[in-house]
Design a protein around this ligand. Sequence first.
Ligand code: CMC
Length: 440
Amino acid sequence: MGTPRKATPVGQAELHVDGRVLNLPVVEGTEQERAIDIGRLRDQTGLVTLDYGYKNTGACQSEITYLDGEKGILRYRGYPVEELAEKSRFVEVAYLMVHGHLPRAGEQQQFSELLTRHSMIHEDMTQFFKNYPERAHPMAILSAMVVSLSSFYPELSQDHVSEELAHIDITATRLLSKLRTIAAFSYKKSIGEPYVYPRHDLKYCANFLNMMFSSPVRPYVVNPVVEKALNTLLILHADHEQNCSTSTVRLVGSAKVNLYAAVAAGICALWGPLHGGANQEVIEMLEDIQRQGGDTRKVIERAKDKRDSFRLYGFGHRVYKNYDPRARIIKQTCVDVLRELKVNDPLLDIAMELEERVQNDDYFKERKLYPNVDFYSGIIYRAIGIPVDMFTVIFALGRLPGWIAQWKESQEDADFKIQRPRQIYTGPTLRHYVPIDQRG
Ligand code: CMC
């Protein structure tokens, strides 16, 4: 792909400050999103910008994902996520993310072969799993294992970033394949069952399901509806432009650490309950509602109470001010999977009632808070048999192609810079050291 295409200059903005007028370029992307380029602001005025949570700040130019939160549009490399979820497979989308085009037949085959070749993890790494305590959270294990890969596969060291970019298929497939194996092994460790090794004859999602659920006494038969649902879920999670974990991968990667370290940092960011960890919080919240008799009104009142820090997990989004297109697909997938598996989950009824109440509540309407990607996904995972603390691990598996593509793009950007925000200092002004016996 090479260095990302740059936005087009389309005009100037005037900034009046300290009696001076500064002209700042206005640039426009391919979907007519516009930005004021403040790259020379500090040099020319001594001022910086202040923007908590980066609500107004574009940190990069990117060709990977287009997101219009007002209209509920999400496209990967130009393709609507709805089309990809319906027609494609996760591995194909991973290729699209990394390379910018859908694979041709030969490219697809080579990518799949590499995924099979790299699916094992070094046998010594299996010792690590054994030494984690019983209740270790799989996200802790996942991040530690991913950063440990840099010791077992040191070719991806900081001196060789350019080499890894040149062999991006190997870099990408190695991580995609090994993350899946690590995720399944961490689950097996948590339930005290022997690890199930990857199989060359199974496709990516079927292979993961088999590693999770097959056992020496009970072989697992992959249900095509479940396999399709997992493909859909992973595709829907594959990228979401400059979200918290992706920005983390770019920021950590900007120090030129190896890709494993950057991705491990992304996994840690994703773990948070305001980000990918929300899928676990949603199920725990729905279970709580069920335990307390199923009344959804109480949690809605709590979420609206400004004295209470409680939030309605699975609702709201920094960018979407309309129905999250991913949530719509996941809701339908949820209904399909439960029907196929003949599962009658009361949490689905509670979730649907909660959504309906929220949609008719002025607090949520005024703030444009809709269900997000995490609201219905947990009910699917439950039906498949995936335990709650593995939910965010599956999110990480899905997000990985996005992280790799964004890391690659940032490293190849002609305007590459180490990321280092400024601040406005508000602490004490100069004061001098006082010996302890003289302190008041
Ligand atoms: N429940 C109750 N009130 C909410 C919620 C919620 N889930 N989300 C936002 N609000 C309110 C918030 O209190 C604020 O109200 P006010 O204007 O009166 O102060 C207003 O809506 C705007 O919220 P914000 O916190 O300023 O918005 P943000 O863009 O900083 O936060 C968010 C986005 C996703 C962190 C937030 O909506 C939230 O905490 N949601 C619950 C956690 C969740 O489901 N996270 C998963 C996000 S999707 C997966 C991913 O990409 O990570």
